[in-house]
Design a protein around this ligand. Structure first.
Ligand SMILES: [Zn+2]
Length: 384
């Protein structure tokens, strides 16, 4: 099992200068690789592979003097990055989506470089990260890497004027969690992040809205600053920091929520919503992106896999229109929050959808419909 551990770096000014040089060199190489692929295809209909480009690293290093202080693996990782960019492009073409050919990277669009093997170009030594060409950089190890973990690769990132290192650490597989006998269905919503088939709502945290508000204020301040000025650069930093802060908070929150779900449930069912399609709808889009469904799904899936839990994705058709008790299907407008069915089931709209998701998942588990008394509890992420 691979797990990422991210730490803040505190390079001295001279070290920072060297890190920026490595970053610039990696970016230059990236753009050259992109250029080669583009023109080989445009002019000769020839495909350039990752291995082709890997073989040019040596040539690149002897041709460009600034590349001498850059470790070969940094450039090797660049060839992997560019391959990934093209893989994504081809996948989108295949899927008939808006493809977006990989782009040249400007100074602001390229913010990380990586190493492929611990001890080869980088080494973590206590509270210092030794980086080839940049020296021994202080690291704030706010949490320890487990003794049974092995550092495989690393990525050095420059974000909002700060430096970070992210290690990919290999850990032995965790033992599977004991069975709990609990299966739940989830409705992913906009007012509440999720509603469970047991009638609990997990709201989007308030501090998240507050963070968004602050971001808007800072963005407006940035827009007023004169182009190219020092104050503009400072304002931009503040916007970037706030973005990072909001993303971190959301990440933390979703980590807590998904961990809790995986610990307490044998199976979790959710709608197989194509987030990408829904984001196109301008009214729904902001909230969908805000609540981070994509990240939620991703966290939940990998945690479930390592804990031996099951995630089932079900077809979302009619989950909100069907009564789980009598099976009656009727069209409901978006503003209706509470539903009273002729069969006597009186229930919150999202709760009902979540029950239908659970039914569709097909686990052999009893449903508690609590006719006439389906109160919805609002809980914190950790309280599920
Ligand atoms: Zn009914």
């Amino acid at each position: 099992m691979l797990k990422t551990y991210k730490y803040r770096l505190y390079p001295r000014p001279a070290q920072e200068k060297n890190l920026l040089k490595i970053l610039a060199c990696a970016r230059n190489f990236y753009n050259m690789c992109l250029s080669e692929r583009k023109w080989a295809w445009e002019l000769e209909r020839r495909t350039v592979s990752r291995l082709d480009q890997q073989q040019q690293i040596k040539h690149y290093k002897t041709t460009f003097p600034q590349a001498k202080q850059v470790h070969t693996h940094v450039l090797l990782v660049v060839t992997h990055d560019i391959q990934k960019a093209f893989d994504g492009f081809f996948r989108r073409v295949q899927a008939g989506e808006k493809a977006g050919y990989p782009r040249y990277k400007g100074r602001n669009g390229f913010n990380s470089f990586g190493f492929a093997e611990h001890g080869n170009g980088f080494r973590l030594d206590g509270n210092r990260l030794k980086v080839f060409g940049a020296g021994r950089i202080p690291v704030r190890m706010h949490r320890a890497i487990p003794d049974n973990g092995t550092i495989k690769t690393c990525r050095i990132k420059y974000q909002a004027g700060q430096w970070f290192v992210a290690f990919a650490v290999e850990l032995p597989d965790a033992p599977e969690l004991p069975k709990t006998g609990r299966f739940i269905g989830l409705d992913m919503g906009i007012s509440a992040l999720i509603t469970t088939s047991e009638g609990e709502k997990v709201e989007n945290p308030n501090y998240y809205r507050a963070g968004q508000r602050k971001l808007r204020v800072l963005s407006r301040a940035l827009a007023r600053k004169k182009k190219g000025g020092k104050n503009r650069r400072k304002a931009l930093r503040r916007v970037q920091r706030q973005h990072m802060h909001v993303a971190n908070q959301r990440g933390d929150y979703l980590h807590k929520l998904t961990t809790k779900l995986v610990q307490t449930c044998d199976g979790v069912a959710l709608e197989d919503l194509a987030t990408r399609n829904m984001v196109k709808n301008p009214h729904l889009s902001k909230s969908i992106l805000d609540s981070g469904w994509g990240i939620f799904k991703q966290y939940l899936t990998y945690k479930a896999a390592s804990a031996g839990r099951e995630i089932r994705f079900v077809d979302p058709a009619y989950t909100s229109q069907t009564c789980p008790q009598c099976g009656k299907v009727e069209q409901i407008g978006l503003p209706v929050r509470w539903l009273d069915c002729a069969c006597g089931l009186s229930i919150d709209r999202d709760h009902r959808a979540a029950i239908n998701v659970l039914i569709k998942a097909g686990w052999d588990t009893p449903l508690q419909l609590n006719v006439g008394d389906c109160a919805v509890r609002v809980v914190e992420a950790a309280g599920l």
